[in-house]
Design a protein around this ligand. Structure first.
Ligand code: TRP
Ligand code: PEP
Ligand code: MN
Length: 450
């Protein structure tokens, strides 16, 4: 049976157009944008409403401490890098981290990729100047190109269509990898690509061997090991570009309610979470589970007001707060937020983003982060929640499956000079494959104590 949508609900989906939307491009050709939006409104959805509901239930479990959320992927995906190898390596990395966490902490892990849609970036400045040339800033592949030329930097609505198609092919491969045998726990060893002389890889090998034994034991006992062959894997990205999110929103025939079918989970960024802004209004009207990034300037009152707008009835799993305070501030600033939200009583899922509060510029001029700061913010996040008796529900990280050198430190001890070796990100620095695994081991230790 299908439910007819309420016309007022559908009309409300356009209310954001009358509000201030920060971080949007200046499209040179509005007529072309309109044609592209019409086209996007007619294409098949990328995800299905029921999947978003399933994720919401898993996030609700995480808010109660019955699961742990792992969100990981690039700061900015690019069309050119959306290759089979890159997608597979990222999935592998996330699966390896998930295995370490599931096994080490005996906790189900909710797996989400910052993948298949993470193409739009907020920027601190609208323009970029090199020498005496000033051009629009790079805002992500969905808007303009990275090359410093007027042609590339001019926002191009056709990129919305390319984003849709790239998301579709990425998601297709993700679904194949996560349900077609590749993600089976019988293959834990095969995901380890590193040299076992590296401490993180060696530790991983030990866990993989233990899992193998456990599976053989269970199989010998006649247990049904079907649950081990596939994983639920969800796609998420920052809901930034409303000219993309709006046309990909669909009315779910089961409920008559709107879902943003560009991804399972969308988050509102630190720079676009204004209570009276377009983003909060828009996402308040769709049914997907949502995140909001909360940086060091967030107050408890901001958090409560965001709950009033985005989850007034306090539905479990609907709202995730992704805190990103910085290692030096998390212990001081997070308690007040958590206390205020806890006193309110409506549930939220607390997730730690230890990346975005810890940016520095290296002596050699690279935008980077120290692995030790990243780890320290996660430790602070756990300490705060442990002290307050609240639930540290998950981790949100920027990572890649490759051996890039973008974040300082880790057991490979990447230093200022080392960054130059393989610094490939177009926006923020990512943990490499080995640093990601190391992070998972550290989180297991923290989860065991939580
Ligand atoms: N399906 C289970 C889960 O998602 C077990 C599982 C299969 C798994 N493959 C995995 C867990 C890869 C982590 C990583 O938890
Ligand atoms: C991001 O997640 O890439 C990002 C821009 O984060 P934030 O909104 O927290 O700065
Ligand atoms: Mn980023």
């Amino acid at each position: 049976m299908s439910v007819e949508p309420d016309p007022r609900v559908v009309e409300g989906l356009d209310a954001w157009e009358g509000l201030t939307a920060l971080q949007q491009p200046q499209w040179p050709d509005r007529a072309e944008l309109r044609r592209v939006r019409d086209r996007l409104a007619a294409v098949p959805p990328l995800v299905f409403a029921g999947e978003a509901d399933a994720l919401r239930a898993q996030l609700a479990a995480a808010s109660r401490g019955e699961a742990f959320v792992l969100q990981g992927g690039d700061c900015a995906e690019t069309f050119a890098e959306s290759t089979a190898d890159n997608i597979r390596n990222k999935i592998k990395t996330i699966l390896q981290m998930a295995v370490v966490l599931t096994y080490g902490a005996s906790m189900p892990v909710v797996k989400m990729g910052r993948m298949a849609g993470q193409y739009a970036k907020p920027r601190s400045s609208d323009s970029e100047t090199r020498g005496d040339v000033t051009l629009p800033a790079f805002r992500g592949d969905i808007i303009n190109g990275y090359d410093f030329t007027p042609e590339a930097r001019t926002p191009d609505p056709q990129r919305l269509l390319e984003a849709y198609h790239t998301s579709a092919s990425t998601l297709n491969l993700i679904r194949a990898f996560t349900t077609g045998g590749f993600a089976s726990l019988l293959r834990v060893h095969e995901w380890n690509r590193g040299f076992t002389t590296n401490p993180a890889y060696a530790r991983y090998e030990e866990i993989a061997a233990e899992i193998d034994r456990a599976i053989r034991f269970m199989a010998a006992c006649g247990a049904d090991v079907d649950a081990l062959s596939a994983v639920d894997f969800y796609a998420c990205h920052e809901g930034l570009l409303l000219d993309y999110e709006r046309p990909l929103t669909r009315i779910d025939s089961r409920t008559g309610l709107p879902y943003d079918c560009s991804a399972h989970f969308l988050w509102i960024g630190e720079r676009t979470r204004q209570l009276d802004g377009a983003h909060v209004d828009y996402f308040s009207r769709v049914q997907n589970p949502l995140g909001v990034k909360l940086g060091p300037t967030s107050t408890g009152d901001d958090a409560i007001a965001l709950m009033d707008r985005l989850n007034p009835k306090g539905e479990p799993g609907r709202l995730t707060f992704v805190t990103r305070m910085g290692a030096g501030k998390v212990r001081e600033l997070l308690p007040a937020l958590v206390e205020k939200v806890t006193a309110d009583g409506r549930p939220v899922t607390w997730v730690c983003d230890p990346m975005h509060g810890n940016g520095i510029t290296s002596a050699t001029g690279y935008k980077t982060r120290r692995f030790s700061d990243v780890i320290d913010e996660v430790a602070g996040f756990f300490e705060v929640h442990r002290a307050l008796g609240t639930v540290p529900g998950g981790l949100h990280v920027e990572l890649t499956g490759d051996d890039v050198t973008e974040v300082l430190g880790g057991s490979e001890e990447i230093d200022d000079e080392g960054l130059a070796r393989r610094y490939e990100t177009l926006v923020d620095p990512r943990l490499n494959h080995q640093q990601s695994l190391e992070m998972a081991f550290r989180v297991v230790e923290l989860l065991r104590r939580a």
